[in-house]
Design a protein around this ligand. Structure first.
Ligand SMILES: *Cc1c(COP(=O)(O)O)cnc(C)c1O
Length: 239
């Protein structure tokens, strides 16, 4: 009997996800490489993150600054791009800039302004890449800009010199079937079109879709999908 190396499941998962993305991208008339996978590694140990890099994943997502900090210590200079996908408290903004390449969860003008002030010192050389998180469903359980507020604050947000706004992000509400998530994804894409029509400094990225619904998100134009459980398996309850 030979034991299966832990990385094998991750290799197979990646192949399955790439196939699903290729299919869904074709249905939206886009090449498969128009979609980036952010492997969400919250609760996943450093060794399995290394296995995921070996399997070909290049970008990882964490939702807590502290967990990223612990993993950074364990992983050393592992070559990967890190995305913050969870809410950021202002007192952790500096640490977040140091530890993440992209902050996907910018949800207020105040936070964006703080990042803009801290970025030159915390990460010299170049703008800090961010996405604006939008609560397109107006779901009280979710953080993110209310669309009307974002429309009002668009100019000051895009005028911040040290922050590069690459696009929009949303966390869909819990739904019964992937199909039920489609209106959320359409709403985020429509909002991007409207806002870019007003101010083309807003980048085109759309981060939307997770394990349950990334196929539908790609069909509706996602350029980033954030996938955790389909790669690493189930997480402990509550995470
Ligand atoms: C956990 C998480 C994901 C990944 O969810 P899965 O269902 O494991 O794919 C994506 N985005 C955010 C913001 C998350 O917190």
């Amino acid at each position: 009997m030979t034991s299966v190396p832990p990385g094998d499941a991750i290799v197979r998962a990646r192949e399955a996800i790439l196939a699903t993305i290729a299919d869904a991208a074709a249905r939206s008339d886009r090449p498969p490489d128009a979609v980036e996978i952010v492997a969400v590694s919250k609760t996943v140990e450093a060794d399995r993150v290394r296995a995921a890099v070996a399997a070909g994943f290049r970008a990882f997502g964490e939702n807590r600054v502290q967990e990223r900090q612990a993993k950074a210590a364990a992983l050393g200079d592992l070559h990967a791009e890190w995305h913050l996908v969870g809410p950021l408290q202002s007192n952790k903004a500096r640490k977040a800039i140091e530890l993440f390449d992209v902050i996907e969860s910018v949800d207020s003008l105040e936070l964006a302004e703080r990042l803009d002030r801290l970025a030159p010192e915390a990460r010299p050389g170049g703008q800090l890449r961010v996405l604006l998180q939008v609560n397109v469903d107006d779901d009280p359980a979710k953080s993110g800009f209310v669309p009307a507020t974002l429309e009002r604050q668009l100019e000051p947000l895009l005028g911040l010199p040290n922050v590069l706004v690459e696009g929009l992000m949303t966390v869909g509400r819990q739904v019964e079937t992937p199909e039920h998530a489609r209106p959320t994804f359409v709403a985020l894409r429509d909002l991007r079109e409207r806002l870019r029509g007003r101010d083309s400094r807003l980048g085109p990225a759309l981060s939307m879709g997770m394990t349950e619904d990334y196929r539908v998100a790609v069909e509706e134009g996602a350029t980033i999908v954030r996938v955790g459980r389909a790669i690493f398996g189930e997480r402990p309850a509550g995470r």
